[in-house]
Design a protein around this ligand. Structure first.
Ligand SMILES: N[C@@H](CCC(=O)N[C@@H](CS)C(=O)NCC(=O)O)C(=O)O
Length: 264
């Protein structure tokens, strides 16, 4: 007998351009999990989340089993929905290392790439508004020009976006790329073991603001529109070994591996 209600597919609340949301989208696509997505503009996302009992931040995933308010917790939950050979956190000996690296990049890379790039974007309101309002409800997009001054102040305050802090963040990003280059320096294809994992996905997704990959699921502006110092740093990071690898993962590992033979 058919169930009374078909199971609900996970519903993702996102800020379209957010790299933490890209991390979750990547996992959903990779694991071939059907989902719906509700894009919001920054600031408005909170009201949408609160209305459904969710968290302040996005990504926030609404599932039949409850609300999952953090990208790492979401990745772990998604992983449990698929068969072990497809999982992003392997069950074998590399598991602890993958868990630790995923956490590390989440805390030590994600906030810094975001702050560094926003420092420049907020100086170009036209470009910033264009980038932030590519998707999302029409009312939010139409209110954006009016609310922009207040929103820009709020973003600067909540992410501590100052010149000094952005330079500190740049140093932290370089330190994480040093660490990642070092891990890859023995010629391995992935950070842990011989297959793509949550560690690789998290590094690539959260490094994306300083790599501007063509495959990012939201079209990013042409580099020629970025201010010179940001453009220079993007070229620098794109040429680092770990930057090259992250760009390769965006090209080759974004989609499902269901059609490929599982790794041993
Ligand atoms: N550790 C959290 C970080 C999420 C986060 O910082 N999300 C940002 C978007 S990139 C956000 O919602 N910012 C708006 C706010 O803090 O109100 C995660 O992994 O989900």
């Amino acid at each position: 007998m058919a169930p009374e209600h078909p199971p609900l597919i996970p519903h993702l609340h996102s800020i379209t351009v957010s790299h933490y949301c890209e991390k979750v989208r990547w996992a959903l696509n990779r694991l071939q999990i059907s989902y719906s997505e509700e894009n919001h503009l920054p600031g408005f996302h909170m009201f949408a989340n609160f209305k459904r009992g969710g968290s302040r931040t996005v990504p926030c995933l609404f599932t039949e089993e409850g609300i999952i308010p953090d990208s790492t917790a979401i990745l772990h939950w998604l992983d449990q929905q698929v068969e072990p050979p497809l999982r992003l956190f392997p069950n074998g000996e590399n598991r602890e290392e993958v868990v630790a690296l995923e956490q590390r990049f989440d805390l030590q890379l994600g906030p810094h790439t975001r702050r560094y790039v926003y420092f420049y974007l907020l100086q170009q309101p036209g470009l910033a508004r264009e980038l932030l309002s590519q998707k999302g409800p029409a009312n939010e997009r139409s209110l954006l020009p009016l609310l922009w001054p207040a929103l820009a102040v709020m973003m600067r305050k909540s992410m501590n976006i100052t010149e000094t802090a952005s330079q500190r963040s740049l140093a932290k990003i370089k330190a994480e790329f040093d660490f990642a280059d070092q891990l890859l320096s023995d010629g391995r294809n992935y950070f842990c073991g011989n297959r793509f994992s949550a560690a690789d996905l998290t590094f690539a997704a959260l490094a994306a603001p300083v790599l501007a990959p063509a495959e990012y699921s939201v079209p990013l502006p042409d580099l020629s529109r970025f201010p010179a110092p940001l453009k220079e740093q993007i070229s620098h990071f794109r040429n680092r070994p770990s930057g090259q690898r992250a760009l390769q993962w965006f090209r080759e590992e974004y989609r499902s591996m269901a059609h490929r033979p599982p790794n041993p």
